[in-house]
Design a protein around this ligand. Structure first.
Ligand SMILES: [Mg+2]
Length: 139
């Protein structure tokens, strides 16, 4: 099976890293677009899987997330170790505000840290543009 899931960091990537409550602009649009394409969207956080789920619920995006995981340990190079995932959740894309810490398990997309609430942040626009456009009758 070809890897196609997207694996997102939480703090500083989808939610601001100071209050943890501001959803990054276009995050909902990006997750919705993935959902529409049947692409699993996974969240993982050093704060734990439950933390990631709580943050997503509070931000109102939990319904768009396929599964939640923990960044539990690092390998010898300082990369987080991927959780055990079912084959259909193998990540094709890994999005993180600290891309140097992400394992090269797929395409790593770094985004600038989303530090505090900022309605002008546009970092996720580039990711939205990467998605193949959907055409009527041609899923
Ligand atoms: Mg982060």
């Amino acid at each position: 099976m070809t890897a196609r899931a997207w694996l997102f960091d939480v703090d500083g990537t989808l939610l601001d890293s100071v209050t943890g409550t501001s959803l990054r602009p276009l995050a909902r649009e990006l997750l919705t677009a993935l959902r529409e394409r049947g692409t699993p969207a996974l969240l993982w956080s050093a704060g734990g899987a439950d933390y990631a789920r709580r943050r997503a619920e509070a931000a109102g995006i939990a319904d768009l997330v396929t599964a939640f995981h923990v960044k539990a340990e690092r390998d010898g190079r300082g990369h987080w170790v991927l959780p055990t995932l079912p084959p259909e959740h193998a990540p094709a894309v890994l999005v993180d505000d600290q891309p140097d810490e992400v394992p090269r398990a797929g395409e790593v997309l770094g985004v600038p840290p989303y530090v505090g609430p900022n309605p002008r942040d546009t970092a996720l626009a580039a990711l939205l543009r990467r998605l193949p456009q959907r055409t009527e009758g041609n899923p």
